[in-house]
Design a protein around this ligand. Structure first.
Ligand code: 5GP
Length: 185
């Protein structure tokens, strides 16, 4: 059985997500926004975050996957290095709405190497939005390969592999209410 150690409790997450929502609501007061969630990991975060933003808002989602299979920490003989995105990202579900002239908030579960968000940001910019920013629940700045910065960050965490609150390990654990470090997976 894998060992799951709570890194961020559901209470810590709820408090921080509420603060992030209030910050967004202040910054975009009087404006309409569109939240674009990156599937699947950001779905849980987006649904909680958006309920703390009492503005005129719509949702959209983009699905992406890295080319090739990203090894899980267990399969990766070189340790965690190969959790990296492979740099080439493939869109598995495009956005449904035009983002032209919209205030877009890209919602991501975790900002790691930055390769995924670098790719998605370029896609969104091609729509010529009125503004674009990133809200990431977690940030692992020590792993960054692309100079991507999120305007809103929930928690900065060390270089550990986490699951829960939308984040998976081989598609499991997304439904855990806490964010946990997974050991011996
Ligand atoms: P990046 O392109 O920034 O390296 O990768 C971002 C994506 O990698 C995240 O959306 C997530 O799918 C995955 N990822 C990065 N670190 C972790 C982690 O600690 N746990 C999980 N479950 N996924 C991660």
């Amino acid at each position: 059985m894998p060992d799951l150690k709570v890194l961020l409790s559901r209470d810590q997450i709820a408090k921080r997500v509420a603060e992030m929502g209030e910050e967004i609501a202040r910054d975009y007061r009087g404006q309409s926004i569109i939240f674009v969630g990156v599937l699947k990991g950001a779905a849980v975060f987006l649904s909680d975050l958006a309920r703390h933003v009492p503005l005129d808002a719509t949702f959209d989602f983009i699905g992406v996957s890295s080319y090739g299979n990203r090894p899980t920490p267990k399969e990766d003989p070189a340790g965690h290095a190969a959790w990296d995105s492979l740099g080439e990202v493939r869109v598995t579900k495009d956005m449904d709405n035009s983002l032209t002239d919209r205030h877009v908030i890209l919602v991501e579960d975790i900002l790691d190497t930055g390769l995924t968000l670098n790719y998605i940001t370029k896609l969104v910019e091609a729509h010529q939005p009125k503004s674009l920013c990133i809200a990431a629940l977690l940030d692992k700045p020590s792993r960054r390969k692309q100079p991507i910065k999120a305007k809103y960050i929930g928690f900065t965490i060390p270089d550990v592999y986490v699951v829960g609150y939308g984040l998976d390990y081989a598609e499991r654990y997304r439904n855990l209410p806490d964010i946990c470090v997974i050991e011996n997976p």
